[in-house]
Every structure is written in structure tokens, then in C-alpha cells.
Design a protein around this ligand. Structure first.
Ligand SMILES: CC(=O)SCCNC(=O)CCNC(=O)[C@H](O)C(C)(C)COP(=O)(O)OP(=O)(O)OC[C@H]1O[C@@H](n2cnc3c(N)ncnc32)[C@H](O)[C@@H]1OP(=O)(O)O
Ligand SMILES: CC(C)C(=O)C(=O)O
Ligand SMILES: [Mg+2]
Length: 573
């Protein structure tokens, strides 16, 4: 029987579903995003206003410089009427000529004449800027916060816009370009017909036209509905706004339901031209939509985000330093663990995927870094964002042979044969089960060396001499340490290993070789070789490993290693 879930007892009755939008002929579900929208970073405004400790001027400058380096062309730099510090920061950007010619800063203000005037004053001397005005338009805000009806609410927006126009004329006549952005705050809770009415009233004052666009920014100030509802709202506005060709329609999702990314993406599919957000999703409460994830989502679809994320760790480091807040280890694209696989089957698939990618790229004569990416469990190549494969596969108790052998290959160039991978990963499992936690490459190498490369077994080879007979037979004599004594032993066979195994009967050791693999570890005349031998000793199948500059020595060492392993296994029983 299927287990029966029980009512939670939580006060569900206090909440209402968000009403659906009546838009049966919506077109956004069939759309795909084929080019990057215009981005606005509001790290220095919405992001900053929500920090436990707002950024000091030096940190603000660091973020600004980072945003410029990454390629953001529209940057909201503050709320200059809020405080002298905010005002001074904008002035320092302007007066120190820190704003590149192709970057447009913007500043936010409430629709209050004194605040607007101060805000516009902060922009004197800026070549390109945008004045951004907002007032809340949702019914609850009209009633509770402002105590106004629809007409009065609309008047706040229109009058505010008029004041902006006047102030721009008064203070910014010299500027190359001054743009205007209007946001009906709490747009998602505003009746659509009223949001449209307010935006039209604002446009009547600003009078957008050729060369004079207006940015209408429709915020999900508090995200309260599924992203499809936001998309419907955006599509409805996009269809019904007049002067649409002169409107830059912008979305500003917050992330209260954890669907800010989806809201932004569906918003763009629904007709938005521009997205406002913050790096790593800083901002009020659960944050603004994360610009890193949005940009990288495009990148992962083969669409250029027009922003450079190729050094994602530096971006993260600067954001963490400036906001004094950590980025979560599982944060998409930038978190510490997001290109890491711990579990065995994932590691196995990634290892095979990377090998196949290299082979496919080589076959196509294309460098791997240019070859179309397709590796299981990794949506993008970590190297494309400046991560290395080092961190991709990490070993703990959930890991299997794939991960373990990947790390041995990565750190020591060992190509451990498949059946030996199984044997060694069981060995590692014994350790991870008892010790717990993660095993790094160094710890794995310790276990590998202790298991296969220690010379303390019952038999050790000290020197060997060999000759090939005219009939192709192989003769060997070797000085060995056997059971505490130094002995010279001799034997014959088809090659060094079979001859050595024959010689070992002199010291009462019987070894049957089942498989043998060797490969070089380095290049050049001084190169070392690794030899792996699968043996049957006293009814046990065990592997041995030898590493040496001389390939014959490596093989004999591998046999001795297997003898040691057999004895250790027997002792452990
Ligand atoms: C969704 C967002 O992120 S909006 C941006 C929010 N960011 C900030 O508020 C940070 C900067 N703000 C501040 O530092 C301050 O609010 C200041 C300095 C701008 C203004 O401070 P104060 O004058 O003390 O006003 P206060 O902050 O209390 O704002 C409330 C008043 O502004 C009015 N108001 C709020 N928003 C707006 C608006 N967009 N347009 C016009 N009036 C507004 C309210 O109705 C209220 O008026 P009342 O005092 O007559 O009731
Ligand atoms: C001021 C506006 C754009 C805002 O930040 C919001 O509504 O979230
Ligand atoms: Mg906001």
C-alpha cells in the first residue's frame, strides 16, 4: 500500500492562491531565448541596500570595477538621496572619470521632489546616465502605505516623472545622454490594467520616441506566484503598451519562491528586453535574480551572455569580499561543489565522458577546448569558467572505482587496469567506511603505496640478471630477500615474469600469473614504467604493482608486491 501523507497542521487557511492571468493565447511557452537580453546590475543599489553591512566606498569601487570588467553596460550605482555616502560614491565615479564611455550608470529615487532633485544633482558631469524613479502601485500599498486611490497613485508617478524631466533640463543639459526608467513597484500585485494606465501616464510625460527610449521595469518585488504567471503578466504588458518600439521592457525578479531565475527567463521569452539582477543573487530577503546563473544558463545553451564569466572564482571572491557574505557551495556555476562528483556512478560516467571527449576531439582534429561539450553529469566544461578538473571528482564513502582510478591517473599518471580498479576501490572503501569524510589525492596515494608499493613483503627483489637463449627462451637469476634471508634464485620462462615465477619456486613461493599490463609514466630516457600483474597465489587472486625506471625491475617488483598482498590478505582473515 502507498503510505498515506497526513495534513501538516500548519495554518494553510491564512494564505490564498495567486490568481491566474487570463491570457489563453499566450505565446511565450513556444519561445526560446536566442540572444542575451540587456543586463542591468543593481549590486550597488538593491544588492547593497540588503547587506548586513552595506559596502564602504572602497568595496563599492571594487564591485563597480568588476562589473565593468565583466562587460555590464548598465549599472545601478546607488540611491544617492538616501545618504551623503551614497551621493558621494556617485560623485566619486563621475569626478574621477571612472565610468567608461560605453557604460551607463543609473540611480534610483522615490517620487518625491526633494529626493529627485538631489538624485539628479548627483549625476552632474556624467556622460551617460539613467534616472530611475519608482512608486508602489499595488492595491495594498495604495491603501496601507500611501493612503491613496488609483488616480492619486498614478499622479505620484506622473508628477515624479515631470520633476525628473525638469531636473534633467536644469542640471544635466551638458550630458551626452540621460535616460529614464520607471518602475511600478510591486508590479506583480498590481492590477494589470492599472499598471498599464500608470505606465502610459508616465510615458505621456516622458514622451518616448526615436532616440528617446523609456525603460519600463516591471518588478516582481516580492515573488509570490509561479514564473508562468509573471511571464503572462509581462506578455500582457508587452502586447498592450503603446509606443512599444520606444519602450525597453525590463524585468526585475526577486527570488522569494526560489524561482527568480525561471521568472527572468520566462519573462524574456514573454517579451522583456532587459533583466535587472545582482551577481550571485544578492538583494532584499532571498535576493534579486542571480545574474551569474542567468548568464551562464545562456552560455550553456550556446548563447553568448555578452558578459565574461571565464574567471568565475575571481568574481565570487570579489563578491564575497565586498558583500561579506559567502556564496553557497552548491550555488549554480560558482559554488565550490558544483563541478564535483562524489558518487561512484557519477564519477565513472564523468571519467568515461572525459576520455571519450578527448578521443572524439582528437579524431576530429579539433583541440578539446574547442570541441562541442558533452560529458555526463557536467552541464558545462568547468575549464570554461576557469575551474580545473582537479575538483571534479572527489572521493568519499559514496565513491567507486571510477573516481579512485581517475585521481590516481590525474595525480600519478597511473592507468590502473579495470579489475585492479575494483580491487583497490574495495580497499579504499574499507578506509572511508572507518575513517569517514573525504579522501584527497594525497590520502589515496598513501593507501595505494601502502597496499602495493611497500617493500616489506615476504619477498623482495634486489638485483637481477637475464639472458635470452637462441631458442627464444628467457633465463633469469635474481638476488632476492626471501623470508628474511638474501638468496640467489634462477629460473626460465617465455619472458622475465614467467622466468622469475619459475625462480621463485627455489624459495617455495608459487605464483601463477593471470594478467599483466605495463605502461610508461613519464617521457624521456629517464622515464619510469608501471607494471601491474594479476596473480593467483595460495588460491587467492591478487594484484601487484611495481614502478621503476627499468621495465623488467618494475615487473619483478609487481610480482613481489602481489606476494605481499596475498600474505596480507591471508593474515587479515
Ligand atoms: C523595492 C525597493 O527596493 S525600493 C528601494 C528601497 N530602498 C531604500 O529605501 C533605501 C534608501 N531609502 C532611504 O534611505 C530613505 O527611505 C530615504 C532617505 C530615501 C527617505 O527617508 P524618509 O524621508 O525618512 O522616508 P521613509 O524612508 O520613511 O519613507 C516613507 C515615506 O516615503 C513615502 N514613499 C515611499 N516610497 C515612495 C515612493 N517611491 N515615492 C514617493 N513616496 C514614497 C512613503 O509613503 C512614506 O511617506 P510618509 O512618511 O508621508 O508616510
Ligand atoms: C525599485 C524597484 C525596481 C525594486 O527594487 C523592486 O520593486 O524590487
Ligand atoms: Mg528590487
Amino acid at each position: 500500500m502507498v503510505p498515506q501523507q497526513q495534513p501538516s497542521g500548519m495554518p494553510v487557511h491564512r494564505y490564498r492562491p495567486f490568481p491566474a492571468i487570463d491570457l489563453p493565447d499566450r505565446t511565450w511557452p513556444a519561445k526560446t531565448i536566442t540572444s542575451a537580453p540587456r543586463w542591468l546590475s543593481t549590486d550597488l543599489r538593491d544588492g547593497n541596500q540588503a547587506l548586513i553591512e552595506p559596502m564602504d566606498p572602497q568595496r563599492k569601487h571594487e564591485i563597480f570595477a568588476l562589473l565593468v570588467r565583466m562587460g555590464y553596460k548598465e549599472i545601478e550605482v546607488g540611491f544617492p538621496a538616501a545618504s551623503q555616502t551614497d551621493f558621494d560614491f556617485v560623485r566619486s565615479l563621475v569626478e574621477n572619470d571612472l565610468i567608461p564611455d560605453d557604460v551607463q550608470i543609473s540611480v534610483l529615487t522615490q517620487a518625491r521632489p526633494d529626493l529627485i532633485e538631489r538624485t539628479v544633482q548627483s549625476l552632474v558631469g556624467a556622460k551617460r546616465s539613467t534616472v530611475h524613479l519608482y512608486n508602489a502601485t499595488a492595491p495594498e500599498f495604495r491603501r496601507v502605505v500611501f493612503g491613496v486611490d488609483r488616480e492619486a497613485c498614478k499622479a505620484i508617478a506622473a508628477d515624479g516623472t515631470r520633476t525628473v524631466v525638469d531636473c534633467i533640463e536644469r542640471y544635466l543639459g551638458e550630458a551626452e545622454y540621460v535616460g529614464y526608467e520607471y518602475s511600478p513597484e510591486i508590479f506583480i500585485d498590481t492590477e494589470l490594467d492599472f499598471a498599464l494606465e500608470v505606465c502610459e501616464a508616465v510615458m505621456d510625460v516622458w514622451r518616448p520616441g526615436p532616440g528617446r527610449e523609456i525603460i519600463l521595469n516591471l518588478p516582481a518585488t516580492v515573488e509570490r506566484a509561479t514564473p508562468n504567471v509573471y511571464a503572462d503578466q509581462i506578455e500582457w504588458m508587452s502586447r498592450n503598451l503603446s509606443r512599444r518600439e520606444h519602450v525597453c521592457l525590463s524585468v526585475h525578479p526577486h527570488n522569494d519562491r526560489g524561482t527568480g531565475i525561471a521568472s527572468a527567463e520566462l519573462g524574456v521569452m514573454a517579451g522583456a528586453d532587459r533583466v535587472e539582477g545582482c551577481l550571485y543573487g544578492h538583494g532584499e530577503r532571498t535576493g534579486n535574480v542571480d545574474l551569474v546563473t542567468l548568464g551562464m544558463n545562456l552560455f550553456s545553451q550556446g548563447v553568448d551572455p555578452m558578459i565574461d564569466f571565464s574567471d568565475i572564482d575571481t568574481v565570487r571572491r570579489i563578491v564575497e569580499h565586498c558583500t561579506q557574505m559567502p556564496v553557497a557551495p552548491r550555488h549554480p556555476y560558482g559554488g565550490d561543489l558544483v563541478y564535483t562528483a562524489f558518487s561512484g556512478s557519477h564519477q565513472d560516467a564523468i571519467k568515461k565522458g572525459l576520455t571519450a571527449l578527448e578521443a572524439d576531439a582528437a579524431a576530429a582534429g579539433t583541440p578539446v577546448a574547442e570541441y562541442p561539450w558533452s560529458v555526463p553529469y557536467l552541464p558545462i566544461d568547468p575549464k570554461d569558467v576557469g575551474r580545473s578538473y582537479e575538483a571534479v571528482i572527489r572521493v568519499n564513502s559514496q565513491s567507486g572505482k571510477g573516481g579512485v582510478s581517475y585521481i590516481l591517473h590525474r595525480d600519478h599518471a597511473l592507468d590502473v587496469p579495470r579489475r585492479m580498479q575494483i580491487e583497490f576501490s574495495h580497499k579504499v572503501q574499507e578506509f572511508t567506511d572507518t575513517e569517514g569524510g573525504e579522501f584527497d589525492g594525497e590520502r589515496l596515494w598513501e593507501i595505494f603505496s601502502q597496499t602495493y608499493l611497500n617493500d616489506d613483503g615476504p619477498v623482495g627483489v634486489l638485483a637481477h640478471r637475464s639472458e635470452t637463449a637462441a631458442d627464444g627462451g628467457y633465463r633469469i637469476s635474481a638476488d632476492v630477500r626471501a623470508h628474511g634471508e638474501i638468496r640467489e634464485i634462477a629460473g626460465a620462462g617465455q619472458g622475465p615474469i614467467s622466468a622469475f615465477c619459475d625462480a621463485l619456486t627455489d624459495v617455495d613461493v608459487k605464483v601463477r600469473v593471470l594478467d599483466y599490463v605495463e605502461h610508461s609514466l613519464d617521457v624521456g630516457s629517464d622515464a619510469r614504467a608501471a607494471a601491474y600483474v594479476e596473480t593467483e597465489i595460495d588460491g587467492r587472486t591478487v594484484w601487484g604493482v611495481g614502478i621503476h625506471h627499468n621495465i623488467t625491475t618494475a615487473s619483478l617488483k609487481a610480482v613481489c608486491s602481489a606476494i605481499g598482498r596475498a600474505q596480507a590478505e591471508a593474515a587479515a582473515e
